[in-house]
Design a protein. Structure first.
Length: 347
């Protein structure tokens, strides 16, 4: 098999610079969950560090520890999927910033034997219900946090939340709850060093949401939002392409060595074209390990075809919109079986 997922590290660096400019004066947090959106964690983290990124959003503790192994002590790594005492202990040992969105985790932290001080960001639930401490429990959580700060076990680093990005009105309501929660923390004697509320879309579009940090995942990889502005409008570019090879040609069509087993949704069959030497041709079927493209004159075995992504007719989000999902899902489905090939190309 010769299909591969090609990642352009220079395009990635350009996106990081665009992100930095777009969210200034806030600092970008580069989100690397799910193996850097299936692009390969180590290579992306190394390049981001070279480009001056000093905050990484790692989602879970295991990923955070893997990022720490790459970056050493010279970066901050924020994790927010924390399952209990074992995760807390591992996160502290790996020198991670802990996003705590459940009061019970504060009790777990209080009971945990460890050296040093845990760096904690409290999450207020602003209505999305993607974990987070409910507003009616916020006062009790602040009191527990204050006690742990006084005991020298916890350093209160930040307040954060997620927003839905479903409508400006919903996000405005969420921001009002967020600001109220921060005011309550300050009134309780807890002054956060960092506030963070926005991810990619709000970080680009709404300056009042940027606060101190903006968590940017999809846009860093050149993945635009479904139903939103284009890559060109955002000033970002896809960094990866799924490239496959013609393996056989028969009356049924041109057969290519990538299929649903490698992450390409079978529901896309008959719905998009790929560029060929004979012009655009429709992807007619998507099988388990291969797909079939409508034939063209002089098709050759061994000919490479870019299925989606950088240099293709369709981006990840273009394909996602055909089946009512988001570009991140298309990217995350790319199988780890496919080799990641990294290139550097200027411009």
């Amino acid at each position: 098999m010769s299909a591969e997922y090609r990642v352009d590290l220079d395009a990635f660096a350009r996106n990081l610079r665009r992100v930095r400019d777009a969210v200034a004066p806030a600092e970008p947090m580069f989100v690397v969950k799910d193996d850097a959106y299936a692009h390969g964690l180590e290579m992306l983290v190394r390049r981001a560090l070279d480009e001056g990124v000093r905050w990484f959003g790692a989602f879970d503790v295991n990923t955070g520890a893997a990022v720490r192994a790459v970056v050493g002590p010279d970066a901050r790594i924020f994790v927010w999927l924390i399952g209990g005492a074992d995760d807390l202990a591992a996160g502290i040992a790996a020198d991670l910033d802990l996003g705590i969105g459940d009061r019970v985790l504060l009790d777990d932290l209080a009971a945990l034997p460890f050296d040093g001080v845990a760096r904690v960001h409290l999450k207020i639930d602003t209505g999305l219900h993607r974990n987070g401490i409910r507003p009616e429990e916020w006062g009790a959580a602040l009191a527990r946090t204050s006690a742990l700060v006084a005991e020298g076990r916890l350093r209160f680093e930040g307040i954060w939340s997620h927003i839905s990005e479903a409508s400006d009105a919903d996000d405005d309501d969420a921001r009002a709850l967020f600001l109220d929660a921060r005011d309550a923390a300050r009134a309780a004697g807890l002054s956060p060093r960092f506030s963070h509320l926005a991810a990619s879309a709000a970080g680009f579009a709404r300056g009042e949401f940027r606060e101190d940090l903006v968590r940017v995942g999809a846009f860093s990889y050149g993945i635009r939002p479904a139903g939103g502005p284009s890559e060109a409008e955002l000033g970002i570019e896809p960094i990866a392409s799924l490239v496959a090879t013609v393996t056989s040609i028969d009356p049924a069509g041109v057969h290519v060595d990538v299929g649903s087993a490698h992450g390409l949704p079978s529901a896309l069959a008959g719905r998009f074209d790929v560029a060929t030497a004979g012009g655009p041709r429709r992807v007619e079927t998507i099988g388990f390990t291969s797909l079939t493209v409508a034939p063209w004159d002089a098709a050759e075995i061994g000919e490479p075809l870019t299925i989606f992504g950088r240099g293709a007719l369709s981006s990840a989000t273009d394909l996602a919109e055909l089946i009512d999902t988001i570009g991140e899902e298309i990217a995350l489905r790319v199988s780890p079986v496919l080799p990641r090939v990294y290139a550097k190309s200027q411009g």
